[in-house]
Design a protein around this ligand. Structure first.
Ligand code: UD1
Length: 355
């Protein structure tokens, strides 16, 4: 069976890696990797391929940045001829980025089957571009791989047939399980013993100048108590410059490669973020996580994991941070099937049900 994987943005790479590896070990599969080029900087893309051991893409569509409509349309028109030429039996798409929905749309119209890895997640917030991508992709997909029980429930509620849904666990955690021992060999490189690790890139937090100023001001206050270590996403760096915000007293870093960032997470006293995946990684690592969002498509991280949603309420951020520093943070447990074997389960499903 010929499987074509579509990846495009940083959070796709760690989800695709274990699936590609599990399929590589089975002789019944042939694989093609297409990179859309949504993320193109070395430290947002190339270094992930190297560290995660993903084979170099067979095709790079080199779409680059743009508005959502432009980027999505560009991926679609460049991807269509690739599908027509390669004629895969099934196309696997990952997560919720623009590359995910664009590829799913192309395949549906060409009557090529689509499998969605990380299906069924819902924040319930349609102002979030990723929520639109999730809803559309899941309506189009023929095989839906969910990471947790809430994913199945959301899909059933939206009318997806139970026969298409396979709960396989969390593919991103496969990569974490595999590379955590490597990450723990990383040197501390002059980092303080106790620190708060911060990431921010959601448009709702960084595209509004008042909101971004307010969050960065709060981080300066946190910094007085606990050193803030902040690898800055390109979108956020652009906005900081555009809004003329002074960040002189914050320890800003370039975006980190996967293994280096995993080491930073594992050793952090607390992680403050608006990312999706980091809510899950901190739950697995049992590191307290404060999420600067009103909602999450990953409720299991707050229900059983270490995650606390603080919204955009910076007073709540400080209160929750104090609890953590007093040793009263959430301990959490690891959700079922977040065990490093999701890639193998996906390969099993493809072998048994899709062949
Ligand atoms: C995208 C995903 C988001 C994911 C995030 C992880 C969508 C809708 N959003 O958001 O779900 O959490 O990736 O990083 O797909 N840029 C660079 N270099 C790069 C890539 C981007 O400088 O390699 C800059 C560009 O100026 C671009 C901006 O960052 O305009 C945003 O990139 P884009 O892919 O549009 O969205 P993200 O904010 O990264």
């Amino acid at each position: 069976m010929h499987i074509l994987h579509v990846v495009g943005a940083r959070p796709n790479f760690m989800k695709a890696a274990p699936v590609i590896e599990a399929l590589r070990k089975r002789s019944s599969f042939r694989q093609t990797v297409v990179h859309t080029g949504q993320h193109y900087d070395k430290n947002m893309s190339g270094v992930f391929f190297e560290q995660l051991g993903i084979p170099a893409p067979d095709v790079n569509l080199e779409v680059g940045s743009g508005s959502h409509a432009h980027q999505t349309a560009e991926i679609m028109s460049r991807f269509e001829p690739v599908v027509l030429e390669k004629r895969p039996d099934i196309v696997l798409v990952y997560g919720d980025v623009n590359s995910t929905v664009a590829a799913a749309l192309v395949c549906s119209k060409l009557l090529v089957r689509v499998g969605h890895v990380e299906a069924g997640l819902r924040s319930g917030d349609r102002t979030m571009p990723e929520e639109i991508n999730r809803l559309v992709t899941d309506q189009l997909a023929d095989v839906l791989f969910t990471p947790s029980e809430d994913g199945d429930a959301n899909l059933l509620r939206e009318g997806v047939s139970s026969e298409k849904i396979f709960r396989v666990g969390n593919a991103m955690i496969d990569t974490l399980v595999r590379l955590l021992p490597v990450a723990m060999q990383c040197k501390k490189n002059g980092l303080p013993d106790r620190y708060a690790l911060v990431t921010l890139h959601r448009p709702s937090n960084v595209d509004d100048s008042e909101m971004l100023k307010n969050i960065l001001q709060s981080l300066l206050e946190v910094n007085a108590q606990l050193s803030v270590v902040f690898p800055v996403h390109p979108r956020t760096r652009q906005r900081i410059a555009e809004f003329g915000i002074n960040t002189a007293n914050l320890h800003l870093l370039e975006p980190k490669p996967y293994i280096d960032f995993l080491a930073l997470q594992a050793r952090a006293a607390v992680v403050i973020t608006d990312s999706g995946g980091i809510q899950e990684e901190t739950t697995y690592l049992r590191v307290p996580c404060l999420t600067i969002r009103q909602n999450t498509e990953r409720p299991v991280t707050a229900d059983v994991g270490t995650n606390v949603l603080v919204g955009q309420d910076m007073r709540k951020l400080r209160t929750e941070l104090s609890k953590i520093l007093e040793g009263k943070g959430k301990q959490g447990t690891v959700p079922p099937l977040w065990d490093g074997r999701a890639g193998e389960r996906i390969a099993d499903v493809l072998e048994r049900f899709v062949a």
